[in-house]
Design a protein around this ligand. Structure first.
Ligand code: FAD
Ligand code: DHB
Length: 389
């Protein structure tokens, strides 16, 4: 089989890249290890930057998002002795949109189904990328007990943190920088009305908590938990109890609880692989970088990578190589700023095992500064709503 661009991974970044390239008349194949139902059941991101919303709209998958997404013009930040709102419209001139990653992924699958692009190939095993440092790469894999080969001009690794693409780049070529945080986020999804119409990020003496949502009757909550815990260690009652103790008093009083319909613990890390291109292989999204979820940057970074790469690939397919030569540097320049912001916000809001009184006082002082300084709120807001592509 032959295609122009072989995309490894059918998560949000692989599907969005496939959609944009298809609309530009470029042939793609998408290889996904898991069944579609599994990809669609992974509860992850919830907050989309304005640039992400624009990209999805331009890719022809913005209609349901425009109808069903919640536009948020601010967020609440709370600590032991204060709770305040940061107004994105006032501080950064742009809102964010709350719309689940599962919905984005569903819209992208629907768009691929409705087009004449080749369907996503699910259930692939043993994906191997060959000749990425030549002009004639190819990809081999097994599906349904049969070996397959795809010849292509470019291979794009959209296969997440545990995928094969990054590891195809020789160790001598790639540099990896990592910080692992000494805690995780326990997330719960429940069919209950959200505690507030906006998100609440809470720094409490018992650890971080986040109140988020998916729609009027679907809430998403997180509490900081030891990374060694398992979801089973947290029966619903324990979770709600802990969340109530960490949220500001007014929210704790009105919190509506109910059975969880999903519960999972995610470790937190910052991880960056450089470069994001090696020969005819490019990395996109979580395959190249991971950020801690505080501030909701992961999916949005995957989308900005797709922006730079799709521009480069469309130009390259027309014979113009410069965009591909600049891909890694352009993407990484934006990635590092989001790495910084998500690290800063994580450090500001969480309890660390080796916390000292000094560290906690610094958190309190910084939160007070954010509350009192329009300049500090502008810095927060312009990063939260998303730096320009
Ligand atoms: P993935 O979603 O990981 O997709 C990779 C795909 O590749 C998967 O479908 C996988 O099955 C497939 N794959 C893997 N290996 C292979 C292989 N060998 N062969 C073929 N296929 C393979 N981001 C935000 O922007 N906002 C948020 O609010 C936010 N909240 C989050 C909350 C949590 C709890 C977590 C865990 C993450 C959150 N993120 C958030 C991050 C966001 O979910 C990720 O950044 C996003 O999923 C990255 O998309 P991706 O397509 O690059 O990778
Ligand atoms: C969500 C996740 C985040 O990491 C965040 O900062 C905000 C919201 C969510 O899943 O809704």
């Amino acid at each position: 089989m032959r295609t122009q661009v072989c995309i490894v991974g059918g998560g949000p970044s692989g599907l969005l890249l496939g959609q944009i390239l298809h609309r530009a008349g470029i042939d793609t194949r998408i290889l996904e290890r898991r069944p579609r139902a599994h990809v669609l059941s992974r509860i992850r991101a919830g907050v989309l930057e304005g640039g992400t919303v624009d990209m999805l709209r331009r890719a022809g998958v913005g209609d349901r998002l425009a109808r069903e997404g919640f536009v948020h013009t601010g967020t609440r930040v709370a600590s032991r002795d204060r709770a305040f709102r940061i107004d994105f419209a006032e501080s950064a001139g742009k809102p964010v949109t709350v719309y689940g990653q599962t919905e984005v992924t569903q819209d992208l699958y629907d768009a691929r189904d409705a087009s004449d692009a080749a369907p996503v190939i699910h259930g692939v095993e043993g994906v191997t990328i060959h000749g990425a440092d030549t002009d004639v790469p190819h990809v081999t894999y097994d599906a349904g007990g049969t070996a397959h080969r795809i010849d292509c001009d470019w291979v794009v690794g959209c296969d997440g943190f545990h995928g094969v693409s990054r590891r195809t780049i020789p160790e001598a070529v790639r540099t990896e920088v990592e910080r692992v945080y000494p805690f995780g986020w326990l997330g719960v999804l429940s069919e209950t009305p959200p505690v507030d119409h906006e998100l609440i990020y809470a720094n409490s003496p018992r650890g971080f908590a986040l109140a988020s949502m998916r729609n009027e009757n679907l809430s998403r909550y997180y509490v900081q938990a030891p990374v060694t815990d398992r979801a089973e260690d947290w029966p619903d009652d324990r979770f709600w109890d802990e969340l109530r103790r960490r949220l500001p008093a007014d929210a704790a009083e009105t919190l509506v609880t109910g059975p969880s319909i999903e519960k999972s613990l995610a470790p937190l890390r910052s991880f960056i692989c450089e470069p994001m291109r090696w020969g005819r292989l490019c990395l996109v999204g979580d395959a190249a970088h991971i950020v801690p979820p505080t501030g909701a940057k992961g999916l949005n970074l995957a989308v900005s990578d797709v922006h730079y790469l799709s521009e480069g690939l469309i130009a390259a397919c027309g014979g113009e190589a410069e965009g591909m030569d600049r891909y890694s540097d352009r993407a990484l320049a934006r990635v590092w700023k989001a790495v910084r912001y998500s690290w800063w916000f994580t450090t500001l809001m969480h309890r660390y095992p080796d916390d000292t009184a000094f560290h906690q006082k610094m958190q309190e002082a910084e939160i007070a500064y954010l509350d009192g300084s329009p300049a500090a709120r502008t810095v927060f807001a312009e990063n939260y709503v998303g730096l320009p592509f």
